[in-house]
Design a protein. Structure first.
Length: 86
């Protein structure tokens, strides 16, 4: 329903900035084709994961992405990853 509604509104690109739970839900639903990650050279305590996907049973259950771009942005690193072509 969500995809049909977005398509009807002619939305073909949607950026989502979210926490680990929503990220996991979108990834599990197959709604993510690209990731944009920023890595800063600092540690901030416990922190959180990118996506709360649970334990990995085997590499066959992984969600694979390919590096498309790595660029310095100020003191940080921006990584752009895409799902591999089927």
């Amino acid at each position: 329903a969500l995809l049909a509604d977005l398509a009807q509104r002619e939305v073909n690109e949607l950026h989502v900035e979210a926490g680990e739970k929503l990220n996991a839900s979108l990834l599990r639903a197959g709604l993510v084709d690209e990731l944009l990650l920023y890595v800063a050279p600092r540690l901030l305590g416990e922190g959180r994961g990118i996506a709360a996907l649970g334990a990995l049973d085997s590499l066959g259950h992984s969600l694979d992405f390919e590096f498309v771009e790595a660029e310095r942005v100020g003191g940080d690193l921006r990584l752009r990853l895409r799902r591999p072509a089927a």
